[in-house]
Ligand binder design. Sequence first.
Ligand SMILES: [Zn+2]
Length: 220
Amino acid sequence: MPRLVGFGAGVLLFLPAASLAFALPQPADLPRCPPNTPTCLALDLYVAPSYEPADAATDDLSWLTDQLATANDRLAVIGVGLQVVSVAALPAGLSEVASKGARDRSAQRRLRPGRLAWVVVRKLVDLDGHSVLKGVTWRKAGRPWVIVSRTAWDLVLAHELGHVLGLPHSRAYRSLMNKTPRAILPGLLVFTEEEQPVMRRTLGQLLAQGWLGRVPARPP
Ligand SMILES: [Zn+2]
């Protein structure tokens, strides 16, 4: 639908809604790995266009910032951080991901050596066709990437990194891999001592395979 846009002297132009929109955040706008993080992993971020372009850029930036900052906080216990090194828009047809085929298409042909793909969609539907998910770790030929719904709360990227790094769901009370509803403050959810060795081991394997890679160090 066309939208009216005003310019200074009362001149009105008609622009198609799609052209108004969607300013992608840049890697420099997003949190970096904390200083001296032993393993700062490079992420390629793919963001689905918003349904509501007018507000999307600011909202997305604060949401993306929360996801990354929370993941970096929780992953610090194994010496890992995340840093976005590229940002691109997903095709509009992938705003909603509701099938195996769509999960495949969300990143399969965009996977680059040494980069973990982080795909942000507007809606993620489970393969049963109706349950709505907040995030999923998807694999093709063993190689993982992460799909997170824009409606997810701020621990979801951290949780999916747990899966990338080899963790199943957990029953441990304080584990952020435990999906059972329970009375615990989100700030107390962690990767437990039992989980950390699995994560370290899987990290080493994924780095050796070239499916994960480090952000190149900046010149001094
Ligand atoms: Zn999970």
